[in-house]
Write a protein of this length. Sequence first.
Length: 376
Amino acid sequence: MTRRDFFKKTLLFLAGAALSQSAIEAFSRRKALASPSIPEGSREASYYTKLDDTTVQCTLCPRGCTLSDGQRSFCRVREPKDGVLYTLAYGKSCATHIDPIEKKPLFHFLPSTSIFSIATAGCNFRCKYCQNWQISQYKPEDVENVDLPPSEVVSQAARNKCPTIAYTYTEPSIFYEYMLDTAKVAKSRGIRNMYHSNGSLNPRAVEELSLYLDAADIDLKGFTQEFYADMSAGYLSTVLETLKILKKNKVWLEITNLVVPTMNDDMAKIKEMCLWIYDNLGPDVPVHFARFRPQYKLTNLYPTPVDTLEKARETAMSSGLRYVYIGNVPGNIAENTFCHNCKKPVIKRSGYFILLNDIKDGKCSHCNTDIPGVWS
C-alpha cells in the first residue's frame, strides 16, 4: 500500500466513524422521543440545568423541580430523558376558543374585539377552587388535544379576524416554549399577544416573554404567603416580581383578585395589597375583584357576598387606584369604566357586552382626559 493510499483510507475511516457517531446520536434522540413517556413531537425545554447524565433541574418557575429519567415535573408537562428536559405540551392545544376580550378580563385593551384563546393541559399551581381543573390538573396525555403548531394558531387567529391571541385557561407559563414561539410568529404578522397567568415564572423567562407581549392579566390571588401556600401551593413573592417586570417593560397590565369568603377577604390585607399596587405599579393599573363561586375542592364555602366585593372596591379606590371593577356580577355598576377626572361613564358594560364606548382617541369624550389603555 502506498503512503497516499494509506492516508486516503485513514481519512475515509475517520469520516465514516464521525458519521456513524452522528447517526448514533440522532438515533438515540429519536429513540428518546419515541419512548412511551416522551411523545413524538416533544421539544427540548428552554430553561433547565443539566446536573448529570440522567438528572436535570427545571429553572422555568420558582419550584425548580429536580428530575431524573421517568420523573414528571410538578406542572405535569416536563420530563427528562438522558439528561435532556422535554416539554410534552408543545403544539398540543386542549382548549381553543374565540372569546370576547372582556372575558379575560381586559377592560382597557381593544374593547369589543375578539381574542383567539389557546391552552394546554397542566399547571404549576394547585388552586383548590380552579374553574378549569379538568384540564389544568391533568397531564397532556390524559386530555383530548389538537395538534396546533404556532403558525397554525396565528393563521386561525387571522382567518377569524382576531387581532389578539390569548394564552390562557390553564397556566401558560407551563407551555412556555409553545407560547413564546407562537407569540413571535404573531408579532411578525401584526397580531398582538395576551398572557393570562398566575404570574409564577422566573424573572429571566418573564423578561424574554415581555419582548413579545402586548397585554397581561395576572391573578394576584391574595396578599399573604400563607394564603398562597394553602390555597394554591404557590409563591407570592414571585408573582409580585412578575408584575413589576411586566410594568417596567410596558406590557399593558391588569390584575384580577378572586375574593374568597373567609380566606382572603380581610379588608386590612386588601388595603395592603392595593397600596402595594399603587406604590409599585401606579394608580392606573385596572384591578378586577371577582366573585368566587364554589367549585372543584372548595365547595364548602358560599359565593362571595356582593357587598364584600363593593367594600373591596371602595378600599382600592380610597388607596388611590383609579380603575377598579367587580367581576362575575352581571349588571353591577362597577362593570363600567368611569373617567377618573369627571367621574362620568366612558364605557358601559353588561357582562361581556359593550353598551356604550365614549372614549375618543384614548380620551374621555366629556372632559378630554386621557384614559389609560390600548384603544386602537
